[in-house]
Ligand binder design. Structure first.
Ligand SMILES: [Zn+2]
Length: 158
């Protein structure tokens, strides 16, 4: 699902593109190898002696910018509503974190930085197995709902 987020989200929401940091040119972090330093929640784990894919992605939106706040809020809401179909475990965004039941509670960051408070990105953590599947049909529904919420036309799909 991480590569699908990278494929669909920047096309649907061009604000994500060219964030000014080459590492995140598409506005969504790439899958990481197990053991990447400092990126524990992104690296998945071993299963039956083999590496399973990274299981979290960051979507770089800035909650201090009004449009990006609206977009991040809408993504948070709609990804959460479809979390079971998308294989999402939880999401952290702008001082809030979803529970496994799909409710939202305050998120208390361990460090006093905007990044730790997730004010500059959504952290979308997938379940190790289901998150690796192709749920692009559901992702397109989510993108459609977010586009409606923002009053924007639906993106074309090839
Ligand atoms: Zn993250």
């Amino acid at each position: 699902m991480i590569s699908l987020l990278r494929q669909y989200l920047p096309k649907a929401f061009p604000v994500l593109m060219n964030r000014g940091n080459d590492q995140y040119r598409w506005g969504v972090s790439r899958p990481l190898k197990l053991g990447t330093p400092g990126r524990g929640g992104h690296c998945g784990g071993m299963e039956d002696g083999r590496l399973i894919k990274a299981k979290a992605a960051d979507v770089y939106l800035d909650a201090a910018r009004p449009y990006e706040k609206k977009l991040g809020d809408a993504l948070f809401r709609w990804l959460l509503l479809y979390r079971a179909s998308l294989g999402i475990d939880f999401i952290v965004w702008n001082n809030e974190k979803s529970t496994s039941a799909g409710t939202i509670r305050n998120y208390h960051a361990t460090e006093n930085t905007r990044s730790a408070r997730h004010e500059d990105h959504l952290h979308i953590e997938f379940k190790p197995q289901t998150g690796d599947r192709d749920h692009s049909d559901v992702l397109k529904v989510v993108i459609g709902e977010v586009k409606l919420a923002l009053g924007e036309p639906l993106p074309p799909y090839e």
